[in-house]
Design a protein around this ligand. Structure first.
Ligand code: PGA
Length: 257
């Protein structure tokens, strides 16, 4: 197992500042940059800060290729509840990523298995992501890699767990519209990212972050535990999400798995 770098910040604002600065530095250091995007509530402020930095002239996205982690099956990209819409609305429409460099999973088509295969080929051709942003589900999912008895390595269609349906329906314009299936980048592709940055904020994430950080096991029942196999994972969390971690780790905030 490798050591994950753990950064604890005071609050969501500071987590977002840290994450956006880290992303900006990475983008600046590369001629071509493949950025893996997450969705959900957690990274919204980070994206707002990236947009702000772009508007101030502090970062240029013309060298960036964007891939996303997942999408609901059955929603058109223009649907306000789709992750395509979310990413356009929160980031992509407000920065200068070239249209041809935007690769978002499309959950609408009936050829969903073909979409999954093509996505894996596209990721492979681009050398996978240079930096993958991740959130984490209350059940430990990353992307929509739900707790399971095995890890799915490539992009695949998955049934959403009851926990995810219950947690995520709050984000839907009409709760009964929430799909029960999704398409997600697999664990294998996530692990091929050169750098992974996992964000967690709020007290509701405390329990799962404790489990992930202190678990001695890598288990598909807590999908995020597989990140312990990756060489370059940075976890950025706020004090609420890190409450148990801080209690267990005392003042030593680095390098605990
Ligand atoms: P959240 O979702 O950011 O809305 O908490 C995270 C996730 O489910 O991966």
């Amino acid at each position: 197992m490798t050591k994950m770098r753990i950064i604890v910040k005071k609050n969501e604002e500071e987590v977002s500042e840290e994450a956006s600065n880290l992303i900006i530095n990475e983008i600046k250091n590369k001629e071509k940059f493949v950025l893996g995007l997450a969705t959900g509530e957690t990274p919204i402020k980070t994206y707002a800060k990236l947009v702000n930095a772009y508007k101030q002239g502090d970062v240029d996205f013309s060298n960036v290729k964007a891939f996303n982690l997942d999408e609901y099956v059955g929603l058109e990209p223009s649907d306000v509840d789709s992750y395509s819409y979310y990413l356009h609305h929160n980031l992509l429409d407000s920065v200068n990523v070239n249209e041809e460099n935007i690769h978002l999973l499309n959950g609408e088509t009936i050829k969903i298995n073909q979409i999954a295969k093509d996505y894996d080929l596209k990721l492979e051709k681009n050398g996978y992501t240079d930096l993958q942003i991740l959130g984490i589900g209350l059940n430990g999912h990353i992307g929509f890699n739900e707790p399971n008895s095995y890890y799915d390595f490539g992009t695949h269609v998955t049934d959403l767990s009851e926990s995810t349906i219950n947690v995520n329906k709050r984000l839907f314009s009409e709760q009964n519209k929430m799909p029960t299936k999704a398409i997600t980048m697999g664990i294998g592709s996530i692990l091929k990212s050169k750098k992974i940055v996992l964000l967690a904020t709020g007290s509701k994430k405390d329990e799962i972050m404790d489990k992930v950080i202190f678990s001695n096991q890598i288990t598909p029942e807590i999908p995020a535990t597989i990140l312990k196999l990756h060489k370059d994972v940075t976890i950025i969390m706020d004090e609420e999400a890190a409450k148990t971690y801080l209690k267990k780790a005392g003042t030593e905030r680095e390098n605990i798995n």
